[in-house]
Design a protein around this ligand. Structure first.
Ligand SMILES: *[C@@H]1O[C@H](CO)[C@@H](O)[C@H](O)[C@H]1NC(C)=O
Ligand SMILES: CC(=O)N[C@H]1CO[C@H](CO)[C@@H](O)[C@@H]1O
Length: 312
């Protein structure tokens, strides 16, 4: 089992298999490059690419969909880290987690009112989970991943006022049966499992976190069948629409439910403002009235047809 896992890891050089029509690099897709921003904006994504992938990598099209659909200014920055495979995986992932936290700290300090979204794929998916919930203290592909602490959910940059959504696709280090996981690989462990401490750390974010893991993905769902690297590489073909919708809804809903604070992220409350509720009630009402209208139209249609038949 362990040696097959290692073989799978070696086989998954994610940059070698590009999605047929997906964007991977800035050169390929200037419209993605145009979303890479340093300035303060309403929604700012931090994204961690997969092992050996170019920047920005597999999440490019998804990020474009999020920015196209979200209500407010939007852009991203790459989490800068080596994304190395093999024995260097552990130090690479650790650099991603600690470096990503630092990038978030710097951005949140400059832009205290911006809403932050954390994304990652494969090794980067693991990095996204590690930087939020803490990581390391385990063996992955035969190397030892150093420990890093979680971001505190009550303080910048991890506060509820700031981190409003997080999504991880095919993460390497993950645990079976977590409520935030969707996909057929949910009941299987990843290449390695998270420490209790890292799981607890991640639970702070479970309300705004979703992890996608396919059945048969040899990286995030070890032991599920049929094991095929294709199941690790097709997340963005399969789920871009669903995932971008979820990210937009989660980010907007969380942002709306947080009162505008004093900007330092030290305290947040869960009280929702009247607006958010109003919008939901209004849309419920309009659905109800549309249903009523449809029933009335249907009644007249049936009654009309009966009269027409009788008159003939
Ligand atoms: C996942 O790993 C944990 C910790 O090692 C273990 O207790 C559990 O049985 C594993 N679950 C599956 C489905 O392999
Ligand atoms: C995390 C934190 O400090 N939360 C506090 C913020 O302020 C509200 C109301 O003043 C408290 O109830 C929270 O405990």
């Amino acid at each position: 089992m362990r040696s097959s896992t290692i073989l799978a890891a070696v086989a998954v050089n994610v940059s070698s298999v590009l999605a047929a029509d997906g964007c991977m690099t800035n050169e390929q897709c200037p419209e993605i490059a145009a979303l890479e921003h340093e300035e303060c904006e309403d929604y700012h994504m931090f994204q961690a690419r997969g092992s050996t992938a170019p920047y920005p990598g597999h999440l490019s099209d998804l990020m474009k969909l999020v920015c196209d659909g979200i209500d407010g200014s939007c852009g991203f920055e790459n989490i800068v880290y080596p994304a190395s495979n093999g024995n260097a995986w552990c130090s690479s992932a650790n650099q991603g987690a600690t470096g990503g936290q630092k990038q978030m700290q710097e951005y949140a300090k400059r832009c205290p009112n911006s809403k932050l979204i954390v994304l990652g794929f494969s090794q980067g998916g693991s990095v996204a989970l590690d930087l939020l919930g803490g990581g390391g203290g385990n063996k992955v592909f035969g190397c030892d991943q150093p420990v890093n602490d979680a971001l505190d959910r009550t303080k910048a940059p991890g506060s509820k006022k700031q981190v409003v959504a997080a999504a991880s696709f095919g993460p390497t280090v993950r645990n079976a049966d977590q409520t935030y996981t969707v996909g057929g690989g949910r009941d299987f462990n990843g290449t390695a499992v998270r420490s209790e401490r890292a799981l607890d750390g991640l639970d702070q974010y479970s309300d705004i976190l979703r992890t996608w893991c396919n059945e048969g993905d040899p990286i995030c769902a070890v032991g599920s069948e049929p094991m095929d690297v294709a199941n690790h590489l097709n997340y963005f073909e399969r789920y871009n629409d669903e995932a971008s919708q979820w990210i937009i809804e989660t980010a907007e809903k969380t942002a709306q439910s947080m009162k505008q604070g004093d900007g330092n992220g030290q305290n947040t409350t869960e009280e929702s403002n009247g607006n958010g509720k109003g919008i939901i009630d209004q849309s419920k009402e309009s659905i109800a009235s549309r249903e009523a209208l449809a029933k009335i139209l249907f009644f007249f249609l049936v009654a009309g047809s009966i009269m027409f038949c009788m008159l003939r």
